[in-house]
Design a protein around this ligand. Structure first.
Ligand SMILES: [Zn+2]
Length: 124
């Protein structure tokens, strides 16, 4: 149900934005999902299409979904690296604490934790 709630949030945002601009039709929605957001692209697409089929403004819309690598940066030495993700159910509730492979310093995610609407094409 993770993907379904994200899909309905995306559709809500896009619809309110499109209505504000008096869109006749929404042609395309581009979405980028980070590997560490643990959103499954196929399930997300399935949910988006299910919701879109109930909304006339979204008739025939194309969903373009891309994935983004997860990247971390060390807060001690500023080293950056791509994190290999294994899907651990615990991470869905609290992301793991990542340690720098160089100095073992505490690091933060700089990419790959979000699910972002990259762009929307509408017909006005
Ligand atoms: Zn470091």
């Amino acid at each position: 149900m993770h993907e379904f709630s994200i899909a309905s949030q995306i559709i809500d945002i896009v619809l309110s934005e499109a209505k504000r601009r008096y869109a006749k039709k929404i042609l395309e929605i581009r979405i980028r999902i980070g590997r560490f957001s643990f959103v499954n692209p196929d399930q997300l697409r399935f949910s988006l299409e299910a919701i879109a089929s109930m909304e006339p403004l979204l008739d025939g819309v194309a969903f373009t979904i891309s994935e983004e690598e997860a990247e971390a940066e060390c807060m001690e030495c500023s080293y950056r690296w791509i994190i290999e993700c294994e899907d651990n159910p615990l991470y869905h509730y609290s992301p793991p604490i990542v340690r720098c492979p160089r100095c073992n310093g505490v690091s933060k995610f700089i990419k790959g934790r979000d699910c972002i609407i990259e762009g929307v094409r509408i017909e006005v």
